[in-house]
Design a protein around this ligand. Structure first.
Ligand SMILES: NC(=O)c1ccc[n+]([C@@H]2O[C@H](COP(=O)([O-])OP(=O)(O)OC[C@H]3O[C@@H](n4cnc5c(N)ncnc54)[C@H](OP(=O)(O)O)[C@@H]3O)[C@@H](O)[C@H]2O)c1
Length: 316
């Protein structure tokens, strides 16, 4: 049996994503072998492939490197002392973060402590879409201590993280405002948010008295959104590149502000998979690409206008 993977041997554009074939790995103690059904593509995969950010700096002498932190699939074998799962179980996880990655593989060995069981009523597509984006959304809202009745502004509500953040904030009974382009106004209104077209006018001219800002865009959009906040507002800014700038400006204006680095947490993923299974969270899949078209999946993420999530289908 062979194991096809997409790897990078040098940093660069989407064309550096190349198929390679290795042996199927054997699970070590505490690990299970997963036949990956779907992997999701996150902006961090794209940035690392381009040689940007911490994961790229740490991996530059360890190429070829296989990207991918989000997987779903089926347990094919269990290593010694791996007792949580049996062969045939469907699992999902936020794996190998931040240095190892490896999700763009047909087979991968994963510590069973990094995995969650996928309920029968949740598709493997939805399960692969959820880990990084869902946990970033949940952790950003937790960090901002969003509670019932808060007016929450989420910049980029239509994206991978945003569409989940909108739904989790609504489930917490917050009043949710969110920015998007015209194409996504109806989609976000259907989820129950007040959707605001950022191309029409700056959000600062449209909103006031916001209690919590969840910034998924950074830069000028975030600086503008600081003008909509009430006294004592809380700000969590998610894109790492501009986090320091946004936090500095927010604190000068008297707000509580922090950046975030998502932290894999399988128990939190269990909860989110349960929310999907009972219909409290609806996962939006923009497109599923075959593994052989990982370059096209990266190009789509690079447009900056993906609604929901992009997946790789590992069958090829
Ligand atoms: N710190 C961490 O641990 C962490 C973890 C995960 C993600 N992140 C970062 O968080 C950001 C969001 O991630 P993601 O996965 O959600 O990205 P994504 O799925 O690629 O986001 C795409 C979405 O952004 C929207 N968008 C683009 N420009 C916008 C603007 N000016 N105003 C409002 N919306 C805009 C687009 O909506 P329209 O098409 O309607 O414009 C699109 O739906 C990225 O920078 C990512 O790197 C950080």
């Amino acid at each position: 049996m062979e194991n096809k993977q997409v790897a990078i041997s040098n940093f660069g554009g989407p064309e550096v994503l190349v198929m390679q074939t290795t042996e199927v790995p054997q699970p070590k103690a505490g690990e299970v072998l997963v036949k990956v059904a779907f992997a999701s593509v996150n902006p961090i995969d794209v940035k690392t492939r381009a040689g940007l950010g911490w994961a790229a700096a740490q991996n530059k002498d360890k190429l070829p490197w296989v990207p991918g932190y989000d997987i779903s699939g089926r347990v094919m074998a269990t290593g010694e002392q791996a007792t949580r799962f049996v062969v045939g179980d469907n699992v999902a996880g936020f794996i190998g973060f931040p240095l190892q990655g490896g999700g763009y593989s047909q087979y991968i060995c994963v510590a069973e402590s990094e995995l969650s069981r996928v309920p029968d009523s949740v598709t493997l597509e939805a399960a692969a879409a959820l880990p990084v984006a869902g946990q970033t959304a949940a952790q950003a809202l937790n960090q901002a201590q969003v509670k019932e009745g808060d007016c929450v502004l989420i910049l980029a509500g239509a994206g991978g993280v945003g569409h989940l953040a909108v739904q989790i904030a609504l489930a917490a009974k917050a009043e949710v405002y969110t920015t998007c382009s015209e194409d996504n106004l109806d989609y976000l209104a259907t989820l129950g948010a007040h959707a605001i077209n950022y191309n029409f006018a700056p959000v600062s001219q449209r909103l006031e008295k916001i209690d919590v800002l969840i910034d998924l865009v950074g830069g000028d959009a975030a600086l503008d959104a600081l003008k909509c906040l009430s006294d004592n507002a809380r700000v969590v800014t998610v894109p790492t590149i501009t986090a320091e700038l946004i936090c500095e400006k927010a604190k000068l204006l008297g707000f509580e502000a922090s950046g975030i680095l998502v932290d894999p947490n399988p128990e939190q993923l269990d909860t989110m998979l349960y929310m999907v299974s009972v219909g409290l969270l609806k996962i939006e899949i923009f497109q599923v690409y075959p593994l052989t078209e990982a370059d096209k999946a990266h190009q789509q993420i690079e447009t900056g206008h993906t609604r929901g999530k992009v997946l790789l289908d590992m069958k090829c």
